[in-house]
Design a protein around this ligand. Sequence first.
Ligand code: PEP
Ligand code: MG
Length: 755
Amino acid sequence: MRGALGGPRILLRRLREVMAEPVSAQDRLDRIVVLIAANMVAEVCSVYVLRVDATLELYATEGLNRDAVHLTVMRVDEGLVGHVAREAEPLALSDARSHKDFSYRPETGEEIYNSFLGVPILRGGNTLGVLVVQNRARRTYTEEEIEALQTTAMVLAEMIASGELTALAKPGAEPAIRRPLHLKGVSLADGLGLGHVVLHEPRIKVTNVIADDVQREMVKLDSAIAKLRHSIDLLLEDDKLSTSGEHREILEAYRMFAHDRGWMHKMREAVLSGLTAEGAVERVQSDTRARMMRASDPYLRERLHDLDDLANRLLRELTGRGAGTAREALPDNAIIIARNMSPAALLDYDRTRIRGLVLEEGGTTSHVTIVARALGIACVGQVENIAGLADAGDPMIVDGQAGEVHLRPPGDVEIAYAEKVRFRARRQAQFMALRNRPSVTRDGVAIDLHLNAGLLVDLPHITETGAAGIGLFRTELQFMIASAFPRISEQLKLYRAVLDAAGTRPVTFRTLDIGGDKVLPYMRTVDEENPALGWRAIRLGLDRPGLLRSQLRALLRAGAGRDLRVMFPMVTAVEEFDHAKAILEREMTHLRKHGHALPERVFVGAMVEVPALLFQLDEMLARADFLSVGSNDLVQFLYAADRANMRVADRFDPLAPATLRAFRMVADAGARHGKPITLCGELASRPLEAVALAALGYRALSVSPAAIGPVKSVLLKLDVGAAREVLLPLLKDTSGLIDVRAELRSFARQTGLPI
Ligand code: PEP
Ligand code: MG
């Protein structure tokens, strides 16, 4: 069939001429369908464009009734055209009527055509429309013809993506490519961000898709592939990599794909059909994406990311454009979009310009999330294909609280969010005004509010919030965001900076809490069936005393001449505490012997995170200077509900009697021994929970920076004595029918607490 008019290459060349003509968009489309029909010796050629309302509109036709153009509109679950749009794959039929999805629109007059070939118009794997040819006679479309039509569809994809067709659309029925999208993900960091999209790894835009000289393009493609293979081999030979398991695995996968004959063959075919080398890479990748995005197999989806990366590397070879850093031209109000990102990469951006972060992957405990939270950047994760759907500069809203994003939001949504942002800013200003007010309840009980911190970027929060100190400094964060074990000098530098920033306010350093969900990419992991119950925190520290010793040394040196507070995580048995404390004392002796100055006083405490410790409180308090309840872990262990598993993490209410009785045991034991007790889990950051803790006898809470204001404003109005009178009888009740949360809410309402 390709003989008569010279086949796809001639067609593409003609199309290029049409694309360059200074005619209206409709005229251009009309000419394109005529050219395609003639070239493919088809009686019909039609272009359907996917609209924002998820319907397909006939935009141009040769052969069907022209009056139907812009009038015929179909749903995507309707007819063969809908089928192609849905499946994002070509459909070739010699007897279209016998297909289950066949339906026809009388206004088009298409019922007389027996053969049907439809291909999706794809960009980045997303369907933008459908290109169709039809013949009256029953005929089989060859592979070559299908390929040729797909190649032609690329030209239409570029035309739709350029926005040229929007002028032809009725309001509310614009091409879907720019449609507003409301996408759900998971909340990773609270906050609202309004701004414009910045793609962390910008896709290389292919603008020149039609080849001048096919032979030359083939040579270009082959040489780019050869260079790509060579560069991957070089990376794999780099023996520094052998330590970092995951990286190597990815490169091995790259090498396998880069030698994949199917991939190569498809790209060469695309070049033969008249595309430039980069046009061919883009086309094959777009088809692959369309197919793989519909796969439910997580393994396949993961491979899609590898293939995306590989295609991008190939495009860089071909276009000579570098990786392109989004950092340089960062707009004000940037919303960064990435598949995933290292914490170091996020820290490289100018944080004052970032309003939000949206990730295709990312979990609540992923490292970049921890940094986003510390920086106060609204962050939503697990937003499917967001990097493929958004374009640089698109307006976007990140709702970190709800865990959702609005891409290209409609005006009303934008107005509503702008109002929310102003409301938050007003509340923030109110909290700021409380900054220097001591945290003392209405009945005169001081309840100190400390900060949870872990990174240098947290330090400005101390003065910003007016916190009493740092109640929990998570030292593992420095280790988690590093690419290798931080040297003792680096640890020392951080600890000093923290103490300097805190001035006279106390800082409680928790020793390394690694293991469980806190993994170090550079540390060999052990396979554990239940990592949360496994080799982690102080267990690891005692088994690997070298690590613990060097950290304690860094802490002791940082604390020279001032007070130092050290806390051990996940203590389960008294002996562990004794053992860890003995290591600390040995380090002190060692430093003294070598003439180093020591802290004036050293306070040593432990976290109460393992339920077993609840039954050894007297033994613990006879030894420790203080205890701090880690409610995140304590609650997960009390309820046997994994804190990282969204199915069960919020299944049990921590304000239930079971938890409150456990918390009370610790507060009471502290009072008996005259030792300070703190609670530093996330729970304390919630105002109603903070009221309950105050009522149980807690006089110090350590919370996230954003929670200091809301919690303090409640405590200032609280009558702790009255709250205790309400709460304690509830904990004695044995009916099993008590709803503590409801009772506390009603107490809050009656006493006018701002909850
Ligand atoms: C806790 O378990 O409550 C705690 C504060 O420690 P982390 O969240 O770091 O495990
Ligand atoms: Mg913990």
